[in-house]
Every structure is written in structure tokens, then in C-alpha cells.
Design a protein around this ligand. Structure first.
Ligand code: HEM
Length: 528
């Protein structure tokens, strides 16, 4: 053997030894971390935990989570848990896994039945968002509120945004906002310009929610709120690193600005009331929150009102804006679906009397293909919601886009799911995305295929775009109405031409093309 070869052999042996040391060290650190997090459970309870591990201290599964989402393969994250569990030949597809995420030992729940069990068990589980998210949305908002307080304020705030009367009242404003937005984007495109379609849609849905919650706002307030919400959202699913240059730090700053703008609005309103002024725009959500008293006559403090408003204004525009964009993109990319949806809209327009200026809520209920909205005549949020849906274009979009891909709970007692223990005090993540992208539930799940819903009623727990149970989204019908109104006008008179049709999609905090869907919106018909 020559000198060079001996040198290589020695080097190779040293590298192998080093690798071995690293592997042993890695296994030892993981083992110790797992032991530290689980030892308090005792042997018997520990043996009942679902498959998985705590990983390295501090990071746990966060790297794997961020790597999967940032590399454009979000389903690879849960996929790895399922694969490991199945290939260990011990567990099969358990639907529950353990991991260390957002600084806490966590159980990941990924199948319809398991999600349903957790979501419907109000005694066993309370809300459990990571501390970093609570700090952004607000410790006095629904994300961290005690059970009874949540029930009371949810009842107060949900009825005025969903239900037949509320939606009938909002429809004319939504319709006007949609038509004027479409017209203005078409004007930009007619002059040779382009619009960031997603940014514009977020602005549009924001205008609607600000009208409902604050009775509208002047341009400066609108602008300040809008910009702050963009930064707040970018920090929402980022690592909670409070250092200059990090998204989370910018989000904390955005929250401070939101608090200050809303405090200003609240102060003005209180001052006007003290002087005996009444507003012409009628009662909005801020008024309701100012007026409400509990059974002891206690009113909400300003910081409570502001946190609830920050939460609602955020939840009430981000998701609707994104889903409207994706539904429009999917329709435009699928000419057959577009033609069918357009034919439905044309038929509805033909069916209304010539004297009727715009569609009524009842006309929207006729839209079997676009999406039938299940109004509950002032009794929103009943559990039957899930069974009553007609799921077509909008619902297929909700399934495929998975705008709220995960939601958070915490166990208040030991609970067994699929035969595995969720220990008291542990965090629980409900992976709505995994349910919607499961090929056993939805064959060929990555395909946009509204006809998969023809004659099909989803089994309970298999369709969770708005969650389920006590925390089912209170804005579900409003969101579907906004999206339907938009698609109605878009289908009848417009066309979307993307500048970068194959633009990369970013999945955090919400799935969106990185160019925010830069496009031309062209008017193609003057008839409507
Ligand atoms: C397409 C649009 C929307 C989607 C996909 C969506 C999705 C969701 C989901 C999945 C949850 C449940 C989270 C959990 O399980 O803890 C939720 C909760 C919530 N949503 Fe929506 N949402 C949408 C639109 C809206 C709108 C328009 C509003 C307001 C008007 C709204 C307000 C809320 C609020 C306040 C909660 C918290 C409920 C609670 O904790 O009791 N959302 N949403």
C-alpha cells in the first residue's frame, strides 16, 4: 500500500470514528431530553404514549417542521412520522404521534376520528396556542381565554356576524366593495399595469371586516392597520426569536401599533359618546363590546376589547383573502370547472326578476356548484353544519389550500385517543392539513377536483377547514358569502392572467405565491 493510500485509509477511519461518536452523542442527547420531558409521567403512563420522540432540546421537531414547509413539501413533515411509525412495524398508522414543538411536549393528531374526538371534548381539552402566538394575537383574546368567558363573548360576537339577518345586512356593502374593487383592478390592467392580486384581495376583505367591526375607518387608519397586519402574520408561524431583523420581532412591533391605533379609535368613540353624539352607521362590534356586561355588571376593559378586535380583524380578512385568490386561480386554471361554474351564475342571473338590482342571500343559496351556503337562520355554529354542506368549488379550494393547517389545544386531564395517552398538561396539535391531504380520505388529494363532492357527504371529522366544536370558526358563513359574491362577479365578467403562472408557493404563514399573484385582471364582458 502506498503512503497516499495509507493516509486516505487513516483519514477514512478517523471520519468513521467521528461519525460514530456524533451518532452516539446525538442518540444520547435525544434520549436524555426524552427522559427529562417524560420521566414525571411514570413508567406505566410513559408506556402508553404514542410513537415519536422529543428530539433535541429547544428545537425538537421545529427544524423538521420548518424545513418541510419552507422547502415546499409541507406534507413531508407529518409524512415522516407516519412512515417511521409504519416502518417500525410496531404501530401502523396510529394517527397520533409525540414530538417537542414550540417549547412544549406535544401530541400531533392527524386522522379524522382522532381530530373529531379532541375537538368535541371540551372537558378534556382547552385552547393551547404557543405562548409566542398568544403574545401576538393577545392574551385577552379567544386564543387564551378561560372556558366560561370564551362562551359568553363568543355568543355575543358570533351572532352579529353569521346568520341570515346579519349576512343579509352585510350583503349590499360586500357587493359594492367587490364590484368597485374589480372595476379598479381592470382599469389598472387596461392601462397596461398589473396588480398584486392577493394583496388587493386582502385589502378588499379587510375593508369589509373593518366595516363590520368598526363601522369603517378613514384611509390613514385603514392603511396603518393593514400594514401592521401583514407584519403580524409573517411573525405568526416564525421561530419566536425576539431579535432585530427577525420576523417575530417585527410582528411584536406590529402588534404594539395595532393596539395603539385601536386604542385611538376606542378613545374617540368614548369621547363622542360622552358628548352625546350618535353615529349614523349604526351599532358595530366595537359598540357591542363596549356595552356588554357580565352577570355581575362588569364591563370589558379596554385591553380586553382591543385584544378581541385584533383577533377578529385578523381572522376576518387573511383567510378569506387567500381563499378567494386560490379559488380564482384554480377556476382560471381549470377551464371545464370555470365553464360549469359560470353557467350556474348565468342561470341564476337569468332567474332573478328584472326589477331586482343585485343578488339576494336566497340567490346565493341556489349556487349548488360554486358552494351552497348553509344558513341557519340566526343560529350559526351548530354541529350539523358539517353534514349540511354542499361541497363544490369553494369547499374543494378550502380543502386543498389548507389555510389553517393546524390548530392548538392543551389536555386538562389524561385522555386516551386511538388507545394512546395524551397526558394532562401536554399540548395537542390538530393537523387539519393531514386530514384533507390523506389519500385514504381524498383520493389524489393534490388535485383540484370539485366533482369529488358530487353526491358525497363528508364523514364527520373529514372536512375541517373551519375546525369543529366549541371553537368552530364563527365567521364561516360570512367568509363563504364574501368568496361567493366575489366569484359570482368574477366569473360573469372578468379574466385573470398571471404574470408568473408557475411562481413558487410559500407555505408559511399561509400558502401563497411568492409574487402575491401578480396579474392582470381584464374585463371580458360588459353585459354584467
Ligand atoms: C376562509 C375563511 C376562513 C377560514 C378558513 C377560517 C378558519 C378557521 C379555523 C380553522 C378556526 C378554528 C381554529 C381552532 O380550531 O381553534 C377559526 C377560528 C376563528 N375564526 Fe375563522 N376562518 C375564516 C374566516 C373567518 C372570518 C371571516 C372571521 C370573522 C368574521 C373569522 C373569525 C374567527 C375567530 C374569531 C376564530 C376563533 C374562534 C374561537 O376560538 O372560538 N374567521 N377560523
Amino acid at each position: 500500500m502506498g503512503e497516499g493510500a495509507a493516509w486516505w485509509a487513516a483519514g477514512g477511519a478517523a471520519a468513521a470514528a467521528m461519525l460514530l461518536v456524533l451518532l452516539v452523542l446525538d442518540a444520547a442527547v435525544r434520549g436524555l431530553h426524552g427522559w427529562y420531558r417524560e420521566v414525571a409521567l411514570g413508567e406505566a403512563r410513559r408506556a402508553r404514549l404514542p410513537p415519536g420522540e422529543m428530539g433535541w432540546p429547544v428545537v425538537g421537531a421545529m427544524w423538521a417542521f420548518l424545513r418541510a414547509f419552507k422547502s415546499g413539501q409541507p406534507d413531508a413533515f407529518i409524512g415522516a412520522f407516519v412512515r417511521r411509525s409504519v416502518s417500525s412495524n410496531q404501530f401502523g398508522r396510529t394517527g397520533v404521534y409525540r414530538a417537542f414543538m414550540f417549547s412544549s411536549p406535544t401530541i400531533l393528531v392527524t386522522t379524522p376520528e382522532a381530530c373529531k374526538q379532541v375537538l368535541m371534548d371540551d372537558e378534556g381539552f382547552v385552547t393551547g396556542w404557543p405562548k409566542a402566538t398568544v403574545a401576538l394575537i393577545g392574551p385577552k383574546s379567544f386564543v387564551a381565554m378561560p372556558y366560561d368567558e370564551h362562551r359568553r363573548l363568543r355568543k355575543l360576537t358570533a351572532a352579529p356576524i353569521n346568520g341570515f339577518d346579519a349576512l343579509t345586512a352585510y350583503l349590499p356593502f360586500i357587493d359594492r366593495t367587490v364590484t368597485s374593487s374589480l372595476r379598479s383592478w381592470a382599469d389598472v390592467s387596461a392601462d397596461g399595469g398589473e396588480v398584486e392580486f392577493l394583496t388587493e384581495l386582502r385589502r378588499m376583505t379587510f375593508k369589509i371586516i373593518v366595516q363590520i367591526f368598526l363601522g369603517g375607518a378613514d384611509d390613514a387608519t385603514m392603511h396603518a392597520l393593514e400594514r401592521s397586519y401583514t407584519n403580524l402574520n409573517y411573525g405568526m408561524r416564525a421561530m419566536a426569536i425576539n431579535l432585530p431583523g427577525f420576523a417575530y420581532r417585527r410582528a411584536l412591533g406590529a402588534r404594539r401599533r395595532l393596539v395603539s391605533v385601536l386604542q385611538g379609535v376606542l378613545d374617540e368613540r368614548r369621547a363622542a359618546t360622552a358628548k352625546g353624539f350618535t353615529r349614523s352607521s349604526g351599532v358595530d362590534m366595537m359598540d357591542r363590546l363596549v356595552e356588554v356586561e357580565d352577570e355581575h355588571g362588569r364591563r370589558l376593559d379596554d385591553d380586553e376589547i382591543i385584544d378581541i378586535l385584533i383577533m377578529y380583524l385578523n381572522a376576518g380578512h387573511e383567510s378569506s383573502g387567500h381563499i378567494t385568490m386560490w379559488a380564482t386561480v384554480f377556476l382560471q386554471e381549470n377551464p371545464d370547472v370555470f365553464a360549469k361554474a359560470k353557467a350556474e351564475q348565468e342561470a341564476i342571473v337569468r332567474s332573478i326578476p328584472a326589477t331586482q338590482q343585485r343578488l339576494t342571500l336566497r340567490d346565493f343559496r341556489k349556487m349548488e356548484y360554486l358552494s351552497k351556503i348553509p344558513f341557519f337562520d340566526n343560529a350559526p355554529n351548530q354541529q350539523s353544519y358539517v353534514d349540511e354542506l354542499y361541497l363544490k368549488v369553494i369547499d374543494e379550494t378550502l380543502r386543498l389550500v389548507n389555510i389553517s393547517f393546524v390548530s392548538f389545544r392543551q389536555a386538562t386531564k389524561d385522555v386516551f385517543v386511538n388507545g394512546y395517552l395524551i397526558p394532562k398538561g401536554w399540548k395537542v396539535q390538530l393537523w387539519y392539513r393531514s386530514v384533507h391531504m390523506d389519500p385514504q380520505v381524498y383520493p389524489d388529494p393534490s388535485k383540484f377536483n370539485p366533482s369529488r363532492w358530487e353526491g358525497h357527504s363528508p364523514r364527520a371529522g373529514t372536512f375541517l377547514p373551519f375546525g369543529l366544536g366549541a371553537r368552530l370558526c364563527p365567521g364561516n358563513d360570512l367568509a363563504k358569502l364574501e368568496i361567493s359574491v366575489f366569484l359570482h362577479h368574477f366569473l360573469l365578467g372578468y379574466k385573470l392572467t398571471r404574470t408568473n403562472p408557475n411562481c413558487r408557493v410559500r407555505y408559511l404563514p399561509h400558502p401563497r405565491p411568492v409574487d402575491n399573484c401578480l396579474a392582470k385582471v381584464t374585463k371580458v364582458s360588459d353585459e354584467y
